[in-house]
Design a protein. Structure first.
Length: 330
């Protein structure tokens, strides 16, 4: 009993001196831990007399009730105090501007394509899809481009095995569509095309949009009207447009359209167009005496350059986020 009284007395004194969580834990362990003084004393209880044992047990319980709770209470108090101090030192300035999350947006080419598709659809054209890997029949021969044509040169396009190429224009989709659709038809197609080209206005991979209208007695003024309307809708303001006669094996007569850069006054070719050649109708089993049609193929990248004032086509493909971030959110 004396030893228990000493423990009680010592604990009473120590409690007032404990200042840190570590000191409290240590003090608690030295009395109540496995090797603590109280635990050691309790092991000797079996030697005590039957009369003493309940008294000793009572004293132990008293000590436990008095100090264990006090230790735990002290620890919780100090922990809370530490947390408060930490929060005070880490205080947040709620008036600082937050970091904005980066928003995804449409790539300028995709935005231009979307606008062009909607302008064409409002003129009655319907979207048709075609393959990017194309055979030479659809990409060349059916379009009146024989083997000997310069665009068949290995250096002018990307050849794959077995008479296949990465399509060099979207005109191949015209052929596919006419082969499975009887006239009249008014189709539109768009997507990536590939050529061995690279400079400020030429990219090895770029985007074209093709329009084709076949019916009885389709006329050149209808084509000119369509292109005028399409470009006016796309630009939403005035750009100087120039029609210039040209040559394509698959149209006769043919012309190209140039548009002027507002800032520099420089003209840039944006599309080729013309009345569908009789040989093209023959290759898709249409009777050229019965039907006529017009077709156009425009460069989406170049139209986007003109609309957004971009002077180098390569800017579209460098993936500089400062450039891309200027696009509208999707
Ligand atoms: C053609 O590709 C024809 N298939 C267009 C056509 C369709 C004519 C139907 C008649 C009837 P051309 O090679 O000129 O034509 O290309 C058409 C447009 O694609 C050009 O006016 C230009 O705007 C764009 N273009 C051509 N090459 C590149 C290139 N390397 N990089 C970016 N744009 C290009």
């Amino acid at each position: 009993m004396d030893q228990l009284n000493t423990i009680d007395h010592d604990l009473n004194e120590t409690m007032t001196t404990l200042a840190t969580i570590e000191e409290i834990v240590q003090a608690k362990e030295s009395v109540f831990g496995k090797k603590g003084s109280l635990t050691q004393i309790m092991k000797q209880f079996r030697d005590a007399s039957t009369e003493d044992r309940p008294l000793l047990g009572q004293k132990v319980n008293q000590i436990k009730a008095k100090y264990l709770n006090a230790f735990d209470h002290q620890i919780r108090r100090l922990e809370k105090q530490q947390l408060d101090e930490q929060l005070m030192s880490e205080s947040v300035d709620i008036f600082l501007p937050g970091t904005r999350p980066l928003m995804g947006g449409l790539h300028p080419i995709r935005q231009a394509e979307k606008d062009l598709i909607s302008a064409c659809e409002s003129l009655g054209f319907s979207m048709v899809k075609g393959p990017i890997i194309e055979d030479t029949f659809h990409n060349f021969e059916a379009l009146n481009i024989p083997d000997t044509h310069p665009s068949r040169d290995m250096h002018d396009t990307f050849y794959l095995n077995n008479h296949h190429v990465l399509r060099t224009h979207t005109s191949s989709v015209q052929i596919r569509h006419m082969l499975k659709t009887p006239p009249p038809l008014k189709m539109l197609s768009s997507g990536p095309v590939f050529r061995c080209d690279s400079d400020r206005t030429h990219s090895p991979m770029f985007h074209q949009m093709e329009g084709l209208y076949v019916n009885h007695k389709v006329t050149l003024p209808e084509l000119k009207y369509t292109l005028d309307a399409l470009l006016k809708t796309f630009f939403e303001d005035d750009h100087l447009i120039r029609f210039r006669s040209s040559y394509f094996p698959f149209t006769e007569p043919s012309f190209e359209v140039d548009i002027q850069f507002k800032k520099t006054g420089e003209w840039m070719e944006v599309l080729g167009a013309g009345m569908v050649h009789r040989n093209v109708f023959r290759s898709v089993n249409y009777n050229p005496d019965d039907v006529s049609g017009f077709a156009f193929g425009l460069g989406i990248d170049r139209l986007a350059m003109l609309k957004y004032g971009i002077e180098d086509i390569r800017a579209f493909y460098e993936n500089d986020t400062r450039f891309l971030r200027q696009g509208a959110p999707c």
